[in-house]
Design a protein around this ligand. Sequence first.
Ligand SMILES: [Zn+2]
Length: 319
Amino acid sequence: MFKKTTLSLALLGATTIANADVLTTVKPLGFIASAITDGVTNTQVLLPTSASPHDYSLKPSDVEKLQSANLVVWVGEEMESFLEKSVDNLAKEKVLTLEDVEEIKHIVEHTKEEKEEHHDHDHKHEHKHEHKHDHKHEHKHNGHDHDHDEDWHIWLSPVASEKIAEQIAMRLSQQMPEQKAKIEENLANFKVALNTKSAEIAKQFENVKEKGYYTFHDAYGYFEKTYGLNSLGSFTINPTIAPGAKTLNAIKKNIAKNKAVCLFAEPQFTPKVIESLSKGTSAKVGQLDPLGAKVELGKDAYPQFLQYLADQFSECLAK
Ligand SMILES: [Zn+2]
C-alpha cells in the first residue's frame, strides 16, 4: 500500500520506523491485522489458502518475506511447526507469538478443560480430571510435539480474535507511536463490527442449530461453541493424517444413528472418503473453508470471513 521512499524516510527521521509491514501466517490472521493496519501500513499473508498450516513447508521467498516484515504474526509452534526455526532467527520485537499471549492461552486452556470434563461425565472415565496429564495426549508429528486437546485454530474464535486484534494494535502502536490514535480507532471499529456480525450470525443459525454434521478436521470447535452448532465429530484431528478404517466405520454407523445432515469437506484437502461415506446415506456433502480463500484483506475482512463460514455451514445444514 505505502511504498517506502527515500523522501518519506528522510521526512520521518531516524527515530520512527516507517512502513511497518505486518506479515501473518494464515489468511484469517491477515483479516484481523488488515483491520488494525487500515490507513496505517499494509498487511501481507504468508501462506496461500490452498496450503494448510498443518503441513506447510517454507519456500526461500517466504524466508525473505519473514526477514523484511516489521511484525510477524503467527499462532505458534503447536499450529505452525514449519515456522519455528525461522522465527527463532528473527528479532524478538518483530514477532508476535499468539500462543504466548496470556489471555489467548487462557481461552485455549479453559476450552480444553471444559472438553475434558464433558468427556469424563459422558463416558464415565476412570481417571479423574487432572491438570498434569497432558503428556498422555501428545503425539509426535514431524518430530514436533502436539497436544491435540488444545485447539489452536484460534482465528475461528470471535473472542480470541478480539484478543488477537488487541495484541496487534499494541505491538503496532509501540513500533509507530505517531499512529497510535489511528490504530486505537481501528481497534475500536473492529470490535464493533465483530460484535455486530456475531449477533447476526447467531440469528442466522437459529433454525439449523439442532442439525447434526461431521467436519473433515477438528478445526471449528470455537466457532461451533460460540454459535451452539451441533457437531457430531470430525474425521481426523490432524488433517494430514488420513482417517483409519475403524474411524470411518464408526462414522458410517453414526451418520445413520445420529441423523447427520451434512459432511463437511475442505478446499485444503481432497477427502475422497467423504464422498464415499455420503453414498448410501442421506447426508449431504458441504464445504467449509477455515482459511477464507474467497475473502479479501481489508478493514471489514474478518466479519466477512465469519459470514462466509456461517453461510457455508447454513447452506448445507438448511437444505
Ligand atoms: Zn487445522
